[in-house]
Design a protein around this ligand. Structure first.
Ligand code: FES
Length: 130
C-alpha cells in the first residue's frame, strides 16, 4: 500500500486497484491526485505534451517508475523551475512511498496569465482577476 504525500497531504492506495481516470499513466502521481481530489494541473490531459504537472520529489524518488528520457526527460527540460528531483506527475508511476511538492507556479500560469490553484503569493494576480 504505497503512501503518497503531496504538499503535506498523505493518501494511501492498494497497488493495482486504483480506478483509472484516463489522464496520465495509471497510478501516476496525476492519477493519484485525480482519485483523491487533489489539484494538479494537467493541461495536455496527461499526454506528456506540456509541463503543467511538474512536481518536485522530496522523498522516495526510488519508488517512482524510471524516467523515459526520450519522452518525459525531453519534455521536462521545458519546465519552469526545473530541479534534479523534478518529474512530470502524469508520467511517473507510484511504486512505493513517495513525497512530492507541486511548484507554486507553472508554465500554465506563464502562458495563460494565471488561474492555477497552486500559485504562491509572490506572483500577483493578472489585472482584472482575483
Ligand atoms: Fe501535460 Fe503531464 S499533464 S505533461
Amino acid at each position: 500500500m504505497p503512501k503518497v504525500t503531496i504538499d503535506g497531504k498523505t493518501v494511501e492506495f492498494e497497488s493495482g486497484k486504483l480506478p483509472y481516470h484516463e489522464h496520465g499513466k495509471p497510478e501516476s502521481i496525476l492519477d493519484v491526485c485525480l482519485n483523491f481530489g487533489m489539484h494538479l494541473e494537467h493541461a495536455c490531459g496527461g499526454n506528456c505534451a506540456c509541463t503543467t504537472c511538474h512536481v518536485i520529489v522530496t522523498k522516495g524518488m526510488e519508488n517512482l517508475s524510471e524516467m523515459d528520457e526520450d519522452e518525459e526527460g525531453d519534455r521536462l527540460q521545458m519546465a519552469p523551475g526545473l530541479t534534479l528531483r523534478s518529474r512530470l506527475g502524469c508520467q511517473c508511476v507510484v511504486e512505493g512511498d513517495v513525497e512530492v511538492e507541486i511548484p507554486s507556479w507553472n508554465i500554465n500560469y506563464v502562458s495563460e496569465g494565471g488561474g492555477s490553484m497552486n500559485l504562491g503569493d509572490a506572483i500577483p494576480a493578472p489585472v482584472g482577476k482575483k
